[in-house]
Design a protein. Structure first.
Length: 323
């Protein structure tokens, strides 16, 4: 067995940190480690938190950590922050709002940079979730980067997804554009002590009603509840947790929940296939890409034919994907 995998299974926190780094940096051998951990995964309940910047996702996550720790649960957190397109660096500030849990050995918080990935997560987020699952986390919170309309990747990582909204952030317009009706299992309307909260709730209710009319939620047996919260005071956190527990129970007791889990696993597999193919292609075709790019720049061929030629060359070489 991979030595770091053994440390993770033994509950060694430093080993968990090392495993997360290996996955995030894609160090040689990280796939072997994940293979060894896989038989010990599948027990954690993964909850996604997504929504616009400023809605209070990190503060709400901190309160949810406290709730589940109060029930004796081991909690993992994967918090994703945006990377600079210039330096590649990230502030990783989500930890600041959860610092009250740093001294708790039953809580592991890992911040990740997007490293240019779109969709609200990073390329290593799912791998880190698996590490925390194997470590023995009962609940894993996955907080997305908070970029708004394209935050759909969280659905592929989480069993239950919370969309966090707040008054005064243009959430009504953003929600309609993003189509969050399809990804929200629970709506958390945070900062419910501010003006405009009733308007946000009405717009969500209207969207849910419209979705049922067109069949988006009809037949599933689950209608996303709307929970008002004031995360800074902890108000509404118990109700939010209860709604999530109800959704988890529904997933585990219905055919729709079983199909959704199958869809989630299939999509995660597709993500792994895409990443492996891209990495193998870039390694094998690196010099060819430079040559063909020069030809396209000189107008000697169009980019579409160039792409087809590169793909054909890759297929013809019978390259094995890494891992």
């Amino acid at each position: 067995m991979h030595p770091t995998a053994r440390l993770v299974l033994d509950g060694d926190v430093r080993g968990v940190a090392r495993a997360c780094r290996l996955v995030d940096d894609r160090v040689d051998g990280f796939v072997d480690m994940l293979r060894d951990l896989h038989p010990h995964t599948g027990r954690a309940w993964v909850i996604g938190l997504t929504g616009n910047p400023g809605a209070g996702k990190s503060t709400l996550a901190g309160k949810l950590i406290g709730h589940w720790r109060g029930l004796g649960k081991r909690v993992g957190v994967v918090a994703v922050d945006p990377s600079s397109p210039f330096s590649g660096g990230a502030i990783l500030g989500d930890r600041i709002r959860m610092q009250q849990h740093f001294g708790d050995s039953e809580v592991f918080i890992r911040s990740l940079a997007t490293r240019g990935m779109l969709g609200g997560l990073s390329r290593s987020a799912i791998g880190v979730v698996r590490v925390l699952d194997a470590w023995g986390a009962d609940v894993i919170l996955v907080e997305t980067v908070g970029v708004g309309q394209d935050e759909l990747d969280v659905v592929r990582a989480a069993h239950s997804t919370v969309v966090v909204l707040a008054p005064g952030l243009g959430d009504g317009i953003q929600a309609i554009k993003a189509g969050i009706l399809e990804i929200a299992d629970v709506y958390a309307v945070n900062k419910a002590d501010k003006d405009g909260v009733d308007s946000v709730v009405r717009e969500i209710e209207l969207m849910i009603g419209m979705g049922r009319q067109v069949g988006c939620t009809e037949g599933t047996g689950w209608v996303p509840p709307i929970v008002r919260c004031v995360a800074t005071r902890g108000d509404g956190v118990e109700s939010l947790a209860a709604s999530l527990v109800a959704h988890h129970a529904w997933l585990r007791s219905t055919l729709h929940g079983d199909q959704r889990e199958m869809d989630r696993v299939r999509e995660q597999l597709c993500i792994e296939v895409r990443q492996a193919l891209v990495e193998a292609a870039m390694v094998e075709l690196g010099q060819d890409i430079e040559r063909v790019a020069s030809e396209v720049r000189r107008g000697e061929q169009d980019p579409y034919s160039a792409c087809s030629g590169l793909i054909g060359a890759f297929r013809g070489r019978g390259i094995s994907c890494p891992g």
